[in-house]
Design a binder for this molecule. Structure first.
Ligand SMILES: [Zn+2]
Length: 379
């Protein structure tokens, strides 16, 4: 099992949690904020382990955390007791993860039938509030982790307010979100905030190297995701890196008239990625993901990849002293930079973000891709 003291790259956050544990004033409503894939979920699980463990261990800090004195007493789960074992197996009855796809398991057919794009009040009521007021099975309290809490509707957040303010005895609720500003201020003000920063790039590249990702590719994903190990690992899993390299090469070679075949190909690639994502959601979470949502997400990532290339080109053309995200394709980025003025390059980046917005307004991905390629060609 992952223990709280085994979490790496997030010392400030873990030291803060250790201070609260030692002082016996661990908040009952916590908000873990930070980028996707930097360890918020793993830390929530590890903290759940400490709270539910039948035999928590303490040990002196001994220079583990710069933020704490050497004789500070750290607390962690034992890893051996029944609670620890069931938590590790994912079957602890008092540790519950709440996420929008749970709608597919809601007792009401009308809720199950909805293709949820937000975390609605029905899911929060059934899977969190109802359960929070039932006695814990193992008598050591209950821990709820709400994933992608920024997707909670205003109704859902309002329904949760009273419980965040005064949870039933022994209940801890951990909201995971990217930025606290994405939540209603009334929700944020009731939670104890714990900030998770980006992971150091070499930490992320080491993780990827451990998964046999080549050094160039690893450094690319680490920079592209701004230090998110989780996101890097999932992006590095498929063919996306090869696609990214080919796509930037094509864009660099393209004349001012564009390349209709490229638009078509990119649309087909994102379509195939969306089909994979729908399958993955089904096998990982048992959830139905709307194909349209999967297409928007896949297209969004490709647009982000192109934007990173054009941003790199801006850095080169303005002599900005920052490492390129696409350091692996410096020559390609130089060709893109030579073809357009800085102003045109900035225009492309802006248009890419507009096209991403359009996707969310149900404009077809084919139309978006044709326009993206033209925009990249003409600046
Ligand atoms: Zn234990």
């Amino acid at each position: 099992m992952v223990k709280l003291l085994d979490i790496v790259g997030q010392d400030a956050a873990v030291a803060l949690l250790q201070r609260s544990l030692a002082a016996g004033r661990m908040g009952h409503a916590l908000m873990f904020t930070g980028p996707h894939g930097v360890g918020r979920r793993t830390t929530a699980l590890a903290l759940g382990g400490v709270l539910l463990c039948e035999n928590p261990q303490t040990m002196p800090n001994n220079a583990r955390f710069d933020q704490l004195d050497n004789d500070f007493q750290l607390t962690d789960a034992c890893g051996q007791c029944n609670a620890c074992k069931t938590l590790d197996a994912g079957t602890h009855p008092d540790f519950e993860v709440v996420y929008k796809e749970l709608a597919a398991f809601h007792p009401k057919p009308e809720v199950r039938g909805r293709k949820m794009q937000n975390l609605g009040i029905d899911v929060i009521k059934h899977f969190l509030l109802n359960s929070a007021y039932l006695a814990s099975s193992r008598g050591r309290g209950k821990v709820f982790v709400v994933r992608e809490a920024e997707l909670m509707s205003a109704d859902a957040q309002n329904a949760l307010l009273k419980t965040l303010e005064e949870p039933p005895p022994g209940v801890t609720i951990i909201l995971l979100c990217r930025r606290s500003e994405q939540m209603l201020p009334t929700t944020t003000s009731r939670c104890h905030a714990v900030r998770f920063g980006p992971l150091p790039l070499d930490f992320v590249t080491d993780r990827l190297a451990g998964e046999d990702v080549a050094a160039d590719e690893a450094l690319f994903w680490a920079s592209f995701t701004e230090g998110s190990a989780g996101r890097s690992l999932s992006l590095a899993r498929g063919e996306l890196y090869t696609i990214k390299c080919e796509m930037l090469d094509e864009l660099a070679k393209m004349g001012p008239g564009g390349n209709a075949a490229l638009g078509e190909r990119l649309q087909k690639i994102t379509d195939a990625q969306a089909i994979e994502a729908v399958k993955a959601a089904k096998s990982d979470d048992g959830a139905e993901m709307a194909k349209s949502l999967a297409t928007r997400r896949a297209t969004g990532v490709m647009l982000e990849l192109i934007a990173a290339g054009f941003r790199d080109a801006i850095s080169l053309s303005t002599g900005l002293d920052r490492p390129l995200v696409n350091a692996d394709q410096r020559g390609t980025i130089e060709s893109i930079a030579k073809k357009h003025s800085t102003r045109q390059l900035a225009g492309v980046v802006e248009q890419l973000s507009n096209y991403e917005q359009l996707l969310w307004r149900n404009v077809s991905s084919r139309i978006v891709w044709d326009n993206v390629v033209l925009a990249c060609a003409s600046g």
